[in-house]
Design a binder for this molecule. Structure first.
Ligand code: ADP
Ligand code: MG
Length: 250
């Protein structure tokens, strides 16, 4: 059994703004093992992005503990918007994290070129983001995130700007890359199907202030890639369970 990479214990977050306090996260605890793929689902505004912001140190927690099993755990954060720089070439976009960290050298650049090559982007390295499709841009964003060799990847609704068809293809793509590179990942999404099709475990959050409603281990028979997983009969059973947890009223 793989060891825990990260543990969150009784996490709480209160935001302060001009109107007072907003309790975003009430009490959340979970663990993530090395190599595991976790999805966090919950209604819009429940505190999903806040969890990732706290993990990546962009926000402070108000209470609770984050226990990391490895010193200098490196986090890669991939956002909803691919946030590529229009005036940088694809190669220069993928190298930006290394540049910022002052870690760029020939060996690292060679590794990034390898990734671009492996994932079908080598002929685009001198092109600009505007020359690429939405799906390819997401792939570039992922490679940029992988370039700094993170121990864990945090993905915040990474496909929500894409149309449905592209979204399916790109999530399959991104999933395969993450597995091939043997990365640990947490994806945040409000899309139940996306969560079940990609994750080893799905954590379902309540409405704000967030607590955990349920955690499901997704044990699909003959589990494979996200697109294939969607076709498995048991997929719908998980879907119905999580749908009920979210108790969506229209
Ligand atoms: P989600 O990602 O699940 O949609 P967020 O984590 O972005 O939700 O936000 C959770 C709650 O915290 C929301 O009510 C949001 O308005 C509030 N919130 C998020 N960021 C801030 C902030 N910087 N200041 C004040 N309130 C915030
Ligand atoms: Mg969010």
């Amino acid at each position: 059994m793989k060891s825990n990479l990260l543990e969150i214990r009784n996490l709480k977050k209160i935001y302060h703004d001009k109107d007072g306090e907003i309790l975003a996260i009430k009490d959340i605890s979970f663990k993530i093992k090395e190599g595991e793929f976790i999805a966090i689902v919950g209604p819009s505004g429940c505190g999903k992005s806040t969890i990732l912001s706290i993990l990546s140190d962009l926000e402070n927690k108000s209470d609770g503990e984050i226990i990391i099993s490895k010193s200098n755990l490196k986090i890669g954060y991939m956002l909803q918007n691919d946030a590529l720089f229009d005036n940088r070439t694809i190669l220069k976009n993928t190298l930006i994290g290394l540049e910022i960290n002052k870690n760029l050298n020939d060996e690292k650049e060679e590794k990034v070129l390898d990734l671009l090559n492996t994932y079908g982007l080598s002929e685009f390295i001198d092109k600009y983001p505007r020359n690429l499709s939405g799906g390819m841009r997401q792939r570039v964003a992922l490679i940029r995130t992988l370039a700094v060799e993170p121990d864990i990847l945090l993905l915040d609704e990474p496909f929500s700007a894409l149309d449905y068809q592209t979204r399916l293809a790109v999530s399959d793509d991104v999933y395969k890359i993450i597995k091939k590179e043997k990365k640990t990942a947490i994806i945040v999404t409000h899309d139940i199907e996306e969560a079940i099709s990609m994750a080893d475990r799905v954590i379902v959050l309540s409405e704000r202030p967030a607590v955990i409603k349920n955690i499901y281990s997704i044990d699909l028979p003959n589990k494979s890639t996200p697109i294939e997983n969607r076709k498995i009969k048991e997929f719908d059973e998980y879907y119905n369970l999580i749908w009920k947890d979210l108790d969506i009223h229209v």
